[in-house]
Design a protein around this ligand. Structure first.
Ligand code: FES
Length: 144
């Protein structure tokens, strides 16, 4: 059902954790499955120096967060915006259809963290849309 890449990223997730005084933090959740993803970005001169995540969710959500953070580290903000769920799925060699929404969560978490960064520093990021409203209680669940 899962590719080797998915299993690898689930068993050995990269970039798990948080960044103290992160430039931007994004939290997204899926109301249907209840999974929550939090992404921290460290941005300097328009470059994503570091990215970390905490995912309270399924194996595919953990694997997609792991790949997504790997894909954006060292990239410009504009390049990070091109890391869509399709790109994440490509890197993972695909996901079962019922798990496609997990990759969407990764895309949304990155964009939400970029939005937070843009708001904090009053920057306009072309092509970036405001994130959907967070699930209620998502913050608490992550700190539990
Ligand atoms: Fe919802 Fe995976 S089942 S994020």
């Amino acid at each position: 059902m899962y590719t080797e890449q998915v299993i690898d990223h689930f068993m050995n997730p990269r970039n798990v954790g948080e960044i103290e005084s992160a430039s931007g933090v994004g939290v997204v959740g899926n109301a249907k499955c209840g999974d929550i993803m939090k992404v921290y970005l460290d941005i300097e001169n328009g470059i994503i120096k570091d990215a970390k995540f905490k995912t309270f969710g399924c194996g595919a959500a953990i694997a997609t967060s792991s790949v997504a953070t790997e894909l954006i580290i060292g990239k410009t903000i504009e390049e990070a915006l091109l890391v869509t769920n399709k790109k994440v799925m490509e890197e993972l060699g695909g996901l079962p259809p019922v798990k496609v929404h997990c990759s969407l969560l990764a895309e949304e978490a990155i964009q939400s963290a970029l939005w937070d960064y843009a708001q904090k520093y009053n920057i306009e990021i072309k092509g970036l849309k405001p994130p959907k409203l967070e699930e209620e209680g998502s913050e608490e669940s992550l700190h539990a």
